[in-house]
Design a protein around this ligand. Sequence first.
Ligand SMILES: [Zn+2]
Length: 215
Amino acid sequence: MSPRFLAILNLFYPLRCAACGKDLAYDSPSRICAPCLASIQEIPPHPRPAFVRSSLRYEGTAKDLIHKFKYSGKDYLAGSFAPYLKRVWLQDDEMKTADVIACVPSHPARLRDRGFNPSVALAREFAQAVEKPYIPALERVRNTPSQTELGREERARNMEGAFRVIDPAIIRGKRTLLVDDVCTTGSTLSECARTLRRAGSGEVFALTLALQNLV
Ligand SMILES: [Zn+2]
């Protein structure tokens, strides 16, 4: 579309910042305004203690944007999030050896409510950014009760047997990177990783957009 046409279109349908709602210039390269972008807190590079790494702190603007991404249908935000994931990926020599990108699946019932699967959107966008194949590796076979009220051990029990590998042949021997939006205790990611390894995958890593610290 020509810049002139975009400028006219913007009079009727102004682009607004996905976080604060302020008007954006019609040719803004981002769907998030500069002050909101500046307020997003990245987690500095650190030695990875477990198999999970995360890009952002789950607070402030990042928390607000992720919430809108998941529950308000702002699926285009996957494109704004992918560069944050990519920055962590570029710093992690082990993670970079992954053969395929997969994600934590939503239960079909939740998918129907929402119309799209945020973690699939995120994983696809990220896979494209790092030029690795995205594969639909897992499906959820059991809808788990909400985790928000549960402690660490209860969460792990709650997730047992919740996932299934769709086609073991496509993950056999593959080093797999699981992508998800928020990591809380890592129990969901651990269960996904266990399920993949049991079905014959190679090493499994996980990368989440944000890390929520339980207090
Ligand atoms: Zn803003």
